[in-house]
Write a protein that binds this ligand. Structure first.
Ligand code: SAM
Length: 267
């Protein structure tokens, strides 16, 4: 599916999750939420036709963007030429090493109206570089933002909730209706702020083991923890962590997952 292009740009590509923001009220709200300070290093994921890029550049003077669609590179370069210093990285964002991008400079402030088809992989990729990131302001499907912020015991509490809440402060900001985009997506959207906790302050001893425990626990969410975690944590380990082995993942607070993953296991 495609829609009429903005002048100088091609048509929207569905396969790249292209839904371009056009309502200035929402664009302003996102940029006000980011509120870049003079020395910030701001990096936008998926600038598209520049709906956020150009106002951010106008306000901040310099910006790095990561865009996969080669057809957008030349028109973006042209549109930004009289506005500010735009660095364009023409790559798949999942291949961008944010830690290397930050280098010895300030940590990154990520911004993006994300391609919804790969929003979870982008979130997990960013988490792998949490130490290089100050915060992230992302537009996502509203349902994904609800899952990210869900408390234990709720229907939408799952792997995404635990992984994100363990390593970030998650603040849902506001919702955005389909009509604010061209073409309109089929779902409501929402903007969320994520502020990674410093890696030393999450309390997680071994991030890979923590991720494995959370994945296994929710991989079979109807099973008791004792069954879902077999092979990873035996029953004695679950009990030693102060958790009832008969409980289910969806009832377990984030801190319990951390304690469980930190508890040595014979399994
Ligand atoms: N920021 C623009 C806006 O708000 O109008 C465009 C947002 S659009 C929802 C998502 C953007 O991400 C598109 O420009 C698309 O080409 C780009 N994109 C899709 N997959 C990508 C990937 N793997 N890496 C980098 N950019 C990607």
């Amino acid at each position: 599916m495609s829609t009429s292009p903005a002048p100088g740009f091609g048509r929207a590509k569905k396969a790249l999750g292209q839904h371009f923001l056009h309502e200035s009220a929402y664009i302003d709200r996102i940029i006000d939420a980011v509120a870049p300070r003079p020395d910030d290093r701001v990096v936008e994921i998926g600038p598209g036709q520049g709906a956020l890029t150009l106002p951010l550049l106008r306000r901040h003077g310099a910006l790095t963007v990561i865009e996969f669609d080669r057809d957008l590179i030349a028109p973006l370069t042209h549109a930004a030429s009289t506005v500010g210093a735009l660095e364009i990285i023409h790559r798949d964002v999942l291949e961008v090493d944010f830690t290397a991008l930050a280098g010895d400079g300030p940590r990154l402030r990520l911004v993006g109206n994300l391609p919804y088809n790969i929003s979870s992989p982008i979130l997990f990729h960013a988490l792998e570089h949490a130490g290089a990131i100050t915060d992230m302001h992302f537009m996502l499907q509203k349902e994904v933002v609800e899952r990210m912020a869900a408390p234990p015991g709720s229907k939408t509490y799952g792997r995404l909730s635990v992984m994100l809440q363990a390593s970030c402060i998650v603040v849902p900001l506001f919702t955005v209706p389909p009509g604010a985009f061209r073409p309109p997506p089929k779902v409501d959207s929402a903007v969320v702020r994520l502020a990674p906790k410093p890696p030393g302050e999450t309390g997680i001893d071994d991030p890979a083991r923590f991720a494995a425990v959370v994945r296994a626990a929710f991989g079979q969410r109807r099973k008791t923890l004792r069954n879902a975690l077999s092979g990873l944590c035996d029953e004695a380990t679950i009990s030693a962590a102060g958790i009832d082995p008969q409980s289910r993942a969806e009832q377990l607070p984030v801190q319990d997952f951390i304690r469980l993953a930190n508890t040595p296991s014979a399994a």
